[in-house]
Design a protein around this ligand. Structure first.
Ligand SMILES: NC(=O)c1ccc[n+]([C@@H]2O[C@H](COP(=O)([O-])OP(=O)(O)OC[C@H]3O[C@@H](n4cnc5c(N)ncnc54)[C@H](O)[C@@H]3O)[C@@H](O)[C@H]2O)c1
Length: 238
């Protein structure tokens, strides 16, 4: 299938690591022109996505460099405290997770819109999670933030469709990345674990599909990639 991404101007936040880096590679392989926005050193545009001035400057700079912006992929995210039950979560941790995962995506799209408006087949993809729909113990801020991000995606699609901009979410279960290895104490990876784990490249393929004109009718929704882990009812069969 021709994804028609050649020469597209693509912004990937969080593209210095994990899923974002895999997305940046995959877009480049399709012939797209990619700019990475990340707070990590070595990014095309160094910015903390929780800071509105930095986000605006990064996106305006990329639009000037690339002659516009066609696609935005919001991958930048943090997990916050993992294994801390909700009553023990500090306000500082709560605020930090919400700031990156929700406000950061909002600011990125907000300041991309003036550039996306002029693009044909403009698309935004948000990296939500199966945690947008299912809670894991000890991850209240992350789950709340990803639930909010899923709804932000629908709200953005509602507001931006009249401007020719589609917005969708990808919702993966565990992906082998630096984030998940740290959170789950798997420094050497996930081989032999008793649950399914996907690769960053597998997630990137889903992102590219939703970013491509090939998915034109798909808008304001999410693609859940969780190996059917959430498909089974709790209804007892025996
Ligand atoms: N790894 C998983 O199992 C998994 C599963 C579902 C969803 N996700 C989501 O996918 C996205 C990418 O996760 P990952 O596993 O690749 O993580 P990662 O830690 O490997 O990469 C995250 C990137 O975001 C950047 N970042 C973080 N805060 C930032 C900020 N304030 N400003 C700019 N950049 C910032 C980091 O520098 C890093 O490069 C996240 O939104 C995450 O919640 C991950």
């Amino acid at each position: 299938m021709d994804l028609r991404l050649k020469d597209r101007a693509v912004v990937v936040t969080g593209g210095a690591s994990g899923i974002g880096a895999a997305c940046a590679d995959a877009f480049r392989k399709e012939g797209a022109r990619v700019a990475i926005v990340d707070r990590a050193p070595g990014s095309d545009r160094h910015a903390d996505i929780t800071d509105e001035d930095q986000v605006r400057a990064a996106l305006d700079g990329i639009a000037a460099d690339l002659g516009g912006i066609d696609v935005v992929v919001c991958c930048a995210g943090i997990s916050g405290p993992v294994g801390t039950l909700a009553p023990d979560v500090s306000v500082a941790d709560w605020d930090a997770v919400m700031a990156v995962n929700v406000k950061g995506a909002f600011l990125t799209v907000k300041h991309a819109v003036p550039h996306l408006r002029g693009a044909a087949d403009a698309a935004v993809v948000l990296l939500a999670s199966d945690s947008s729909m299912l809670a894991s113990e000890g991850m209240a801020p992350y789950c709340a933030s990803k639930g909010a991000l899923l709804m932000l995606g629908k709200a953005l699609a509602t507001d931006l469709t009249p401007h020719g901009i589609r917005v969708n979410c990808v919702c993966p279960s565990v992906v082998d990345t630096p984030m998940s290895r740290t959170d789950m104490g798997r420094a050497d990876g996930f081989s032999g674990v008793g649950y399914p784990v996907q690769t960053s490249s597998e997630v990137a393929r889903l992102v590219l599909f939703l970013a491509s004109p090939a998915s034109r009718p798909v808008n304001g929704t999410h693609l859940l990639s969780d190996f059917a882990m959430s498909a089974k009812s709790a209804f007892p069969m025996d």
